[in-house]
Ligand binder design. Structure first.
Ligand SMILES: [Zn+2]
Length: 66
């Protein structure tokens, strides 16, 4: 059964970059983003090796037309 870790550390998406699995150190893949608290998004990363899942809380980026 996949374990989910919630890391409530607000940070920018750009600062997240490549996430290493806390269990096996494999690079984790971003599998989904969803709206979190006001002004924040939840980004969920999954490890393809051990199915560990990790969720980050990130500052929502303002979409300023690019
Ligand atoms: Zn892993």
């Amino acid at each position: 059964m996949p374990t989910t870790t919630h890391s409530h550390i607000p940070c920018n998406r750009d600062e997240i970059g490549v996430v290493a699995c806390p269990d096996c150190s494999e690079p984790m893949k971003l599998t989904c983003t969803s709206p979190g608290l006001e002004g924040y998004d939840l980004m969920t990363f999954d490890c393809g090796k051990c199915e560990r899942s990790k969720t980050f809380v990130v500052h929502q980026l303002t979409k300023a037309g690019s």
